[in-house]
Design a protein around this ligand. Structure first.
Ligand code: FAD
Ligand code: UDP
Length: 362
């Protein structure tokens, strides 16, 4: 078989590039995916009860990048969902990230932006340098709130305490001095109207794209002729682990369908300090679906298993740099996406990187 471009992985990175190359350059693409479905980690499907669920945990699209939003909007409408997360702490349910309303419920008193600023001024730990994810938080809101919301959640999620993680992990979480209870403040947010998988189907519905599911690319790479290879899988696997295995954080997902219309007060509820799971997602609230039953999903973080999160730590990045140096030696092979770049990227960042990479491909 001869194609112009072989693309490994049918997630955001792979499908964006497949679509661009097939549509704009009119080139033939073979898209190889080892799972039995497209859409990568944002894959969603109707379960046996007819409830639309996400196989790999809650994915909410959000971006400030107009070009990315416009690009994806060619393939889907959006359902207008605005993400709000509740944290269950000290027996109370409060909105997270921390904002005025969180503090009022937690401490049972009124706050204004000014009094909250003054409160944090008292609480915050003064540091000369922000070296890790603990420093990020205690230097903004102090030890007490760090202990309540961040320390134990992070230990569950990453297997280590925040002081062993790069600042970027907890920098993802803002602190707000207003009453904005949204999880993301981005201009554009939502879920594809008919689900992520339908959006991906529409992206790759092109006669120039041939898809091979259930196939590890190593099974076919020697029998397919191609000019260029775009790789979106784990970079260490590509190089047969020549510099040792990179660490990834994995998750177990436990689904339950319940005989009730609504289970919890937000689509996602976080449990920083209780239980082995980090959070529970109720999918109907993401998809704004009506149904007399509801499906929820618990997330149990673990070290082994499918690679979901590259670990933002110095040692891991150093090992990755060795693989990156190998990758840079290759011609006509491109490494892109969360696993191939070993980078904690959101979906919109992956699409943006893919659109930028496309500009360099002829
Ligand atoms: P992936 O989606 O992982 O796609 C890579 C594909 O390559 C996979 O389908 C894989 O099976 C395939 N593959 C790997 N190796 C091979 C091989 N050897 N041969 C063939 N195929 C192979 N981002 C957000 O913006 N918002 C969110 O709310 C959000 N929530 C998240 C929640 C969870 C639990 C997780 C884990 C991630 C979340 N993300 C979220 C991040 C999001 O999942 C990623 O940004 C996105 O999936 C990255 O796309 P990708 O194409 O790089 O990788
Ligand atoms: N986090 C936390 N408590 C929470 C939510 C998040 O400590 O209630 C920390 C945790 O370390 C997490 C990080 O903040 O990994 C980033 O959170 P985000 O929701 O962005 O994680 P993701 O979407 O990647 O699961």
């Amino acid at each position: 078989m001869k194609v112009d471009i072989l693309i490994v992985g049918a997630g955001f990175a792979g499908c964006t590039l497949a679509e661009r190359v097939a549509t704009e350059l009119n080139k033939k693409v073979l898209l190889v995916e080892k799972r039995n479905h497209i859409a990568g980690n944002s894959y969603d499907y109707y379960n046996e009860e007819g409830i639309l669920v996400q196989k790999y945990g809650p994915h909410i699209f959000h971006t400030n990048l107009q070009n990315v939003w416009d690009y994806l909007s060619r393939f889907t409408k959006w359902n207008g969902y605005v993400h709000r997360v509740i944290a269950s702490v000290n027996g109370k349910e409060v909105y997270f990230p921390i904002n005025l309303s969180t503090m009022e419920v937690l401490y049972n008193r009124k706050f204004t932006s000014e009094t909250l600023e003054a409160y944090f001024q008292q609480q915050r730990v003064k540091l000369d340098e922000i070296r890790n994810s603990r420093d990020v938080v205690v230097s903004q809101i102090g030890e007490e709130l760090y202990e309540l919301f961040i320390k134990n959640y992070t230990k569950k999620q990453w297997g280590v305490y925040p002081d062993e993680l790069d600042p970027q992990v907890t920098k993802r979480i803002p602190v707000r001095f207003n009453r904005d209870t949204r999880y993301f403040a981005d201009t554009y947010q939502g879920i594809p109207m008919y689900g992520f998988t339908r959006m991906f189907e529409s992206m790759i519905d092109n006669k120039n794209i041939h898809i091979l599911l259930n196939t590890d690319y190593k099974e076919v790479v020697t029998s397919v002729k191609f000019d260029k290879l775009i790789y979106t899988g784990p970079i260490d696997y590509y190089f047969d682990y020549m510099h040792g295995k990179l660490e990834y954080r994995s998750l177990d997902f436990k689904f339950e369908t319940l005989n009730m219309e609504k289970y919890q007060n937000a689509a996602v509820v976080n449990f920083p300090n209780d239980f082995d799971y980090t959070r529970i997602t109720e999918f109907k609230q993401l998809y704004l679906q009506r149904h007399n039953k509801t499906t929820i999903c618990y997330e149990f973080p673990k070290a082994e298993g499918d690679p979901y999160y590259p670990i933002p730590r110095h040692e891991c990045r150093e090992k990755y740099q060795k693989y990156k140096a190998e990758a840079d030696k290759l011609n006509s092979v491109y490494f892109i996406g969360r696993l191939a770049q070993y980078k904690y990227l959101n979906m919109d960042q992956v699409v943006d990187e893919a659109l930028n990479l496309f500009k360099t491909i002829t």
